[in-house]
Design a protein around this ligand. Sequence first.
Ligand code: FAD
Ligand code: ZN
Length: 475
Amino acid sequence: MPDALNRQPIADELLDTLVHRLGADYVLTDAADMLPYVQEQRRLYPGDALAVILPACTADVAFIVEQCRAHGVPLVPQGGNTGLVGGGVPQQSLVVALGRMSRIRDIDPTNATITVEAGCILQVVQDAAHDAGRLFPLSLAAEGSCQIGGNLATNAGGINVLRYGNARDLVLGLEVVLADGRVMNGLTALRKDNTGYDLKQLFIGSEGTLGIITAAVLKLFPMPRVTATALVGCDSPHQVLALYDQLRGQLSDTLTAFEFLPRFAMDAVLSHIQGARAPFDQSYASYALIELTTPDAGLDLNTRLEAALADAFENDVIKDAVIATSSTQSQALWRLREGVAEAQIAEGASIKHDISVPVSRIADFIEAASAACRSILPACRICAFGHVGDGNLHFNVSQPEAMDTAAFMDLTPQFNRAVHDLVADMNGSISAEHGIGLSKRTELRRYQDPVALAMMERIKAALDPQGLFNPGKLL
Ligand code: FAD
Ligand code: ZN
């Protein structure tokens, strides 16, 4: 890659060509215009873009890529820029922001598919599916601004993975602009297709390092007609796990979400989130938020859930439970879970881990990782919450109230080592949902199987021999 000074005349020539093709309004070079694209919301990574390019169609993207290739200029694909690991932050490269490519190309309720361009906001896709009487189940707190291209490039998870899978499981076909400027037209809407390698899966979770996703065929599902929501209080993560095991057996696929909160998270939400109401008269060590759904309008899920929780109560698995009797109550229970990220900020700095282990090991993990962190800093406050039904925890360590923040953050390497070593011992993953980006590259090198890592490097070299697609990220 030429250095920044040598690159300037090249960049000027490239930008002139792009302005000629796209129009000056869609080639941003002014620092203020570029600001929303050069840093993430949390501003953890300094960004620096040569320009931000806003293509309108797949042919534009292919043109931009060809030009970048000819000039040897790196590029970063970007969606809603809601990523949390620095994956979309440019470093002396062009940003190719897909937001203008937001057309819904087709919706086929009988085939249960929707074909969308990469720049479609997730919520817009959910709404379009809803209008057609179908469900697109991917759901996360950033759904009002993240885009399908970004969701696929990060293999996003969220709150419905237990029932419907990750973004990876929701895709039938992809259209991708490759690093050589060709377009891979894989927009098939087929549930059965055994014609060799499943190439689309290479790009899902590739964080913009292998190609630019320009469109996708996504799976739709029958619309849920009945929902039941409950919050339960337990004495320990082991009880929560036992409850999960019992409910999964009794309620089968109606179990759509099973989320975990420790007392610290619940107390933080009740202290800091406006309108949050305590669910019980007393507090418990652990809580689980449970949601059941079914498309069968005749099924009485509240009664089923009540019966299952009564069993759990008799078996001393849970201590207390509240079942929502209206959608307003259900939303109020969800607010307790959704408020955790914000409430945690109000408790000071935290060192975050986004891990997964087999579901059966999750309670052991919480206990062992909490003990390991306390042996580093006895007064640290563990905020391990999240998608326990998927074996995925946001295992965050909050600073002690009285401690200097910088001194606490200096302990990051020790906490990372303790938590990630335990993850590795349990055959887990150091990145369950958010990806590798810039933030976990070193950790990936440490924990990934060396043969798998070498294969990833070979794939990267084969598909992007000039190394121009999102350089310095993931690998
Ligand atoms: P961006 O942030 O723009 O990009 C992310 C990565 O994808 C970058 O590496 C970028 O280069 C690449 N990329 C983007 N578009 C393309 C494309 N068209 N082709 C190729 N590569 C591309 N994530 C979860 O998984 N589960 C959650 O529950 C969750 N909750 C969140 C809650 C909040 C409040 C926030 C701010 C984030 C959350 N995230 C969550 C993280 C984030 O929303 C997801 O990673 C999301 O999928 C990113 O989409 P985006 O469009 O914003 O992508
Ligand atoms: Zn999450």
